[in-house]
Design a protein around this ligand. Structure first.
Ligand SMILES: Cc1cc2nc3c(=O)[nH]c(=O)nc-3n(C[C@H](O)[C@H](O)[C@H](O)COP(=O)(O)OP(=O)(O)OC[C@H]3O[C@@H](n4cnc5c(N)ncnc54)[C@H](O)[C@@H]3O)c2cc1C
Length: 464
């Protein structure tokens, strides 16, 4: 069996004896860390093909994991004893001559993308937090603050370069390898390594109001009443996030409203005026920021001292139902009474949904197209002992909201891969729904032996 150094890989290769190993296996959350035998940092599509070949040449073949920004809540971006293809050194960006598209390599993080695009007065539909990776975000769907106006990240993908399980490098779009192009728009890392994403470019957005308004817990009913009215008429460049968090220093439960409202300072503030006049915030910090780069840094001070273990899970729902949100509030207060778990949060995301739901659920592999809002339950703690209770609490909350949603809408909403805790908690049916059948056919064509077997693994359709 040949040594990895004989394969001609140009990028860095890290093994457990390398000085860089602990840094190479680190992830956004300590709960996502595994111990691979090799971490390969490709600098070209050729390197990616060679890393795949090396893994498959071993006897038995080594498991391969794909890592972009390392932000997914699961351990999907790593492997115990296998090979991680870490794309973080493969992150260049190119704007097309006509400024209509932007080609981004698979290991870029959104902050780098926005910073570069600002020079061209452009933006793309991407993550709201600068350190999230483009690779996981786009292949998982990608809900952005910009989605109200411009749709999901997958709806803004016009082409891609993919390195397949057999090492071939192919271009895909609606015009070539159309099945593959359909599958990577929501199918996660199940079809190959997306080395380059070609995204629609949009003119940079207007200045934006971001920040936080904080209220005492007793104001929840009034805020829900105002919010229910507000979301009926808010503009596509506006989104409000209702957040349950215990704010330092005293860690009393509080209600936060986090606005993302595009427009002049006067217009954007006027649009949320009622949240300052009809109910009184005990604290407010609002800023007008000039660019999406700045938006992506808006939570920096808050995220800077995050506990090392973070576990999140999300659920979509059809309407703002006060009784559900109020019940979850009570459950969250109880859950966060534990000292180590007091930084857990719930975020209810209320943007304009039409642009997402106007796309048929079969048009891309991304299956959640019912008009929806969504909630993210985010456990943040230090002790490993808190992992299981946190996962169980998140699962309980998701099950509750999802069951109520089904009862009230008569429909089963699909789960967002980006916010799913991991394959142990969410099935492939939950994620892909009716698209699973076609995904199994595409899997049989592009990865019949399941080289890509991390995450929500799609069984290839049996031949014959
Ligand atoms: C602070 C924070 C804020 C977030 N906000 C949002 C949000 O607003 N909207 C939203 O939709 N999600 C959001 N997320 C969730 C995030 O989009 C997902 O966790 C996503 O998977 C992260 O992408 P990544 O590249 O950083 O992840 P990674 O953990 O590196 O990758 C996750 C998986 O994606 C696949 N993958 C990654 N890159 C590639 C590639 N190039 N080719 C093929 N497969 C690939 C692999 O299967 C990999 O295991 C947020 C997460 C965090 C931590």
């Amino acid at each position: 069996m040949a040594d990895i150094t004989t394969y001609g890989i140009q990028g860095l290769i890290v093994t457990p004896t390398s000085q860089e190993y602990n840094g190479a296996i680190a992830r956004h959350s300590a709960t996502s860390v595994l111990r691979p035998a090799y971490v390969v940092y490709p600098t070209s599509t050729g390197d990616i093909s060679l890393a795949i070949k090396f893994a498959l040449d071993q006897s038995p073949p080594l498991q391969i994991a794909i890592k972009s920004g390392g932000c997914h809540s699961s351990t999907n971006s790593s492997t115990e004893g296998g090979v991680v293809i870490d794309l973080s050194h493969y992150k260049a960006l190119k704007v097309s001559g006509d400024k209509q598209t932007v080609t981004v390599q698979g290991g870029a993080i959104w902050g780098d993308v926005y910073t570069e695009l600002e020079k061209h007065n452009l933006v793309v539909v991407g993550g709201n937090v600068w350190f999230v990776g483009v690779g996981g975000f786009i292949t998982g769907g990608g809900h952005s603050h910009l989605s109200g106006a411009l749709g999901l990240a997958v709806d803004n993908l016009v082409g891609a370069t993919v390195v397949l399980a057999d090492g071939r490098v192919v271009q895909c779009s609606d015009a070539e390898e159309a099945d593959l192009f359909w599958a990577i728009r929501g199918g996660g890392g199940q079809f190959g390594v997306v080395a380059e994403f070609v995204l629609k470019a949009h003119p940079a957005r207007a200045s934006t109001l971001v920040g936080a308004l904080a209220y005492p817990a007793e104001e929840l009913p009034k805020i829900l009443e105002l919010l229910k009215e507000h979301i009926k008429t808010q503009s596509t460049g506006s989104k409000l996030v209702l957040c349950f968090a215990r704010s330092p220093v005293n860690f009393q439960p509080s209600i936060l409203l986090l606005p993302y409202v595009e427009g002049t300072p006067k217009d954007s503030e006027t649009s949320i005026d009622k949240f300052r006049t009809e109910v009184q915030p005990v604290f407010e910090q609002l800023d007008h920021v000039p660019s999406f780069t700045a938006v992506s840094h808006a939570s920096d001070s808050f995220l800077a001292n995050s506990p090392p273990r973070s576990i999140f899970g999300g659920v979509a729902f059809g309407e703002l139902w006060d009784d559900i949100i109020t019940r979850v509030y009570g459950e969250w207060v109880e859950f966060t009474e534990n000292e180590d778990r007091k930084e857990a949060m719930v975020m209810w995301e209320f943007g304009v949904r039409d642009k997402i739901s106007e796309i048929p659920s079969t048009q891309t592999a991304y299956a959640l197209r019912d008009p929806h809002y969504y909630a993210v339950f985010s456990g943040r703690h230090t002790q490993a002992d808190s992992d299981l209770p946190t996962r169980e609490w998140i699962k309980k909350m998701i099950t509750y909201v999802s069951a109520e949603n089904t009862k009230r809408t008569g429909k089963v909403f699909r789960t967002q891969m980006n916010f799913a805790m991991g394959p142990e908690y969410t099935s492939v049916e939950d994620i892909f729904g009716d698209n699973l059948e076609r995904l199994r056919k595409v899997k049989a064509k592009y990865d019949p032996t399941k080289v890509w077997n991390k995450g929500w693994v799609i069984e290839p359709e049996a031949s014959g």
